[in-house]
Design a protein around this ligand. Sequence first.
Ligand code: DO4
Ligand code: MG
Length: 288
Amino acid sequence: MKLCRFSIKKETQPRVGLVVGEDVGSVIDLTAEGIDSLASLLEFEGLTGKLGRLSGLPLPRYERHQIHFLAPVERQEVWAAGVTYLRSKRARMEESDFSATAYDRVYEAERPEIFFKSMPEKVVPTGETVGIRSDAIWNVPEPELVLVCNSRGHIAGLSIGNDMSSRDIEGENLLYLPQAKIYERSCAMGPFVVVGASEDEAREWRISSRIMRGGETVFYGETSVGQIKRSFMELVSFLFRSQKFPHGACLLTGTGIVPPDTFTLQPLDEIIIEISGIGTLSNQVVIV
Ligand code: DO4
Ligand code: MG
């Protein structure tokens, strides 16, 4: 089952929706049943049963062309794990001189790399622009599965994220990581939160990234969610160590798709990230 946040075109009120049909045929407006936030819904035990009951009610439905998708995040902080795929570890070791061993060590260590990524209100939804820094010369998208956690640290849903990154800044010095990762429009998420899928199911999903420039594909890469080295709960339990998230938290799980070292994003590029069990997150690039 897929949830989303949306607004009706020409309106601004955010609504919570249940997606009907494989290809987003329509969206049931759960806000009409008093559900005013996605986060509150994700707090329910037995959520799929509740959603099954809600889908039987005579609630308003909107067709895809009548709505805009909003990012599926409200007051949750957005965090990200790193170096969870072998491909990511190798790429970071290649881009950096004197901090290469840090990536090697963190890949093997008990404690994963986890960093703050975005305030919720800064997360970009599908269809809007993501940013590349004006002071960076080597920029890439990082397509990642997102673990959408409730306040108890349960993984209530799964979504798609883009951890936009400046590789030249990150590679110059590890201490520059926050600047390489956190800037205007550097995090996109959505459009859906899939609920009721187990980790075993999710590990079978394919994740792909296509970058289009002037109508041509200039990069395509794919991998499997199953290549993530650590279990989902392992990552979440480290995030929730010694820290409370009263509104829940989103955790991007790291990238396994890295374009060749000669590749950098340009303004107007279209980034299309697909995860087979979830859907497609699509954003155009702008300089910020
Ligand atoms: O340590 C650098 C960031 C790693 C990361 O974002 C990833 O592996 O996805
Ligand atoms: Mg990343």
